[in-house]
Structures are given as structure tokens and as C-alpha cells.
Design a protein around this ligand. Structure first.
Ligand SMILES: Nc1ncnc2c1ncn2[C@@H]1O[C@H](COP(=O)(O)OP(=O)(O)OP(=O)(O)O)[C@@H](O)[C@H]1O
Length: 255
């Protein structure tokens, strides 16, 4: 099932990404409207993380086109223009599996830094906004703590606050709960549910089938670099079109 929208905020067409001979992303098109929550599911190595990294041009596609808001790029193997990449990145915030925090900076300093560097905000403004976002993810009490003094779940919430403080139009989550204990993972999923309820546009690569099923509006199933199926979660989980989707779901859900 396609869900192309005339009012898509993100429009990716025919994206291809090779690593050597391997086509990690093999002709993927995706459109996302404002406020939509998309889950990317599929076996390990299917290309979920790579697709996320193409959407903010952390990896450069070999071919295809990408538009995020008013920032558009065509990829054809020639060097990309840095200003175009930054225009796309200004719209996007990314949350990583491994947190990627600076160990020598406190939580509030971690959240403030990119705002000052990338958006040119003053130290005071960046700090005020950092505190507001830390509060939003339930971490106001840890503002002056260093990452080593925080649990994994708290570190991931700092990472989420850091991305939110950039006022992104699109949030990308790369398996944000995968290194965490189940109950701590649940804490992160609760934050993400709130963001979804607030209308945040999100794409999440996940092994959390519950999240895909209950929070996302659309689920994309990736296998070998391709999106083989996309649809409302109820359809994908309860009446998958593809045999390959059925096999994947029965392996992960044990049914
Ligand atoms: N920088 C890279 N250099 C070479 N190969 C890469 C690179 N990044 C990803 N790949 C390969 O591309 C394919 C897709 O990887 P990717 O990490 O996107 O999959 P994934 O679906 O996110 O997997 P997982 O669920 O295990 O995180 C894999 O075969 C991987 O080995």
C-alpha cells in the first residue's frame, strides 16, 4: 500500500546507496507528511539505519532525490554542496543508538552545544532552551550531571533533548532503545509516545514491535535494502501482504 501525499514534508525518490558492490539501499522511495510517525522494521542488515542516515545526508546517496521541507537535493555521484546538506540537516534531529554524548560536558551543556554551534544561539538562550527540553523529557534534576553519572535511559533522554532543542521538523531515531534494559527502554518509548502525541514528525528504525504497532501511523518493512511492504501497523502485523514479512514477524514475535 502506497501512502503518497500531495502535502508530504519529506519526499525521497529512488534512493540508492552502495557500499562497494553491496546495495545497502536499493531504490527506496518514501513520503512523509507532517505529524506522521513512521516505523522501519525488518531483519538485521536490511538497511534501516542506512535509510535514516540518507534522510539527513549523514550518508550521501549514490542516486535519487530527497526533499525535506523546502530543501531539495538530487544525487548523481557528483560531490554534494555543503550548504544544501546543511539546509536539510537544519530540519532534522537525530537520536542515536549509542547516545553520542560528550563525556566532559554536563547534560545541559551537551544539549546547549549544538544550538550555539549550528544555530548561533547565545549561551544564555541555548541554556534556557536546553533546560526546557531536559524538563520535557523528565530530566530537569540531572541538568548538571555528567553522562557517566546518568543511567543509559537518562543518557538517551539527554540525546533526545539535544535533538529537540534544535527545533527540528523531523526527528530520526536509530534504534534508541536497543542497548537498554527493557524497563529503561519503556521509559524512552514513553517519551516518544508523548512526542508523537504532540504531533512530532518521526521516523524510527526499531526492533520494538510494540512501538511500531501502537505508536507509528505507518510501518515500512525493509528487506535487503528495499521497502517490501508499507501500511498501517494493523495491516502489516495482522494481514501482511508478503511472505517475507510473515516470516520476519513470525521469527520476532514467535508466532
Ligand atoms: N559504512 C558502511 N560501510 C560498509 N557497509 C555498511 C556501512 N553501513 C552499513 N553497511 C552495510 O549495509 C547493510 C545495511 O546496514 P544497516 O545498518 O543499515 O542495517 P539495519 O537494518 O539498520 O541493521 P540492524 O537492525 O542490525 O541495525 C548491511 O549489510 C551493512 O553491513
Amino acid at each position: 500500500m502506497e501512502h503518497s501525499s500531495g502535502h508530504s514534508f519529506v519526499q525521497a525518490e529512488h534512493l540508492v546507496k552502495r557500499f562497494g558492490e553491496h546495495r545497502a539501499i536499493d531504490d527506496v522511495s518514501l513520503s512523509i507528511a507532517k505529524g506522521e510517525v513512521i516505523s522501519l522494521i525488518g531483519p538485521s542488515g536490511a538497511g534501516k539505519s542506512t535509510l535514516l542516515r540518507l534522510l539527513n545526508v549523514l550518508e550521501t546517496p549514490d542516486s535519487g532525490t530527497l526533499r525535506v521541507g523546502d530543501a531539495a537535493m538530487t544525487f548523481d555521484g557528483t560531490p554534494v554542496k555543503r550548504a544544501r546538506v546543511l539546509a536539510i540537516r537544519r530540519h532534522t534531529g537525530m537520536v542515536f543508538q549509542s547516545f553520542n554524548l560528550f563525556p566532559h560536558l554536563s547534560a545541559v551543556q551537551n544539549v546547549a552545544l549544538a544550538q550555539m554551534r549550528v544555530l548561533g544561539r547565545s549561551k544564555d538562550e541555548a541554556r534556557t532552551r536546553a533546560l526546557a527540553q531536559l524538563e520535557r523529557v523528565g530530566l530537569a534534576a540531572k541538568a548538571d550531571a555528567y553522562p557517566s553519572q546518568c543511567s543509559g535511559g537518562q543518557q538517551q533522554r539527554i540525546g533526545i533533548a539535544r535533538a529537540l532543542a534544535m527545533d527540528p521538523d523531523l526527528m530520526l531515531f536509530d534504534e534508541p532503545t536497543s542497548g537498554l534494559d527493557p524497563e529503561v527502554g519503556a521509559e524512552i518509548l514513553a517519551v516518544m509516545r508523548e512526542l508523537a502525541a504532540d504531533g512530532t514528525t518521526m521516523v524510527m528504525a526499531t526492533h520494538e514491535m510494540e512501538f511500531a504497532r501502537h505508536v507509528s501511523h505507518w510501518t515500512c518493512v525493509m528487506v535487503e535494502g528495499a521497502v517490501i511492504e508499507r501500511g498501517a501497523p494493523a495491516q502489516v502485523f495482522d494481514a501482511p501482504e508478503h511472505e517475507r514479512t510473515r516470516r520476519f514477524l513470525s521469527a520476532v514475535l514467535g508466532r
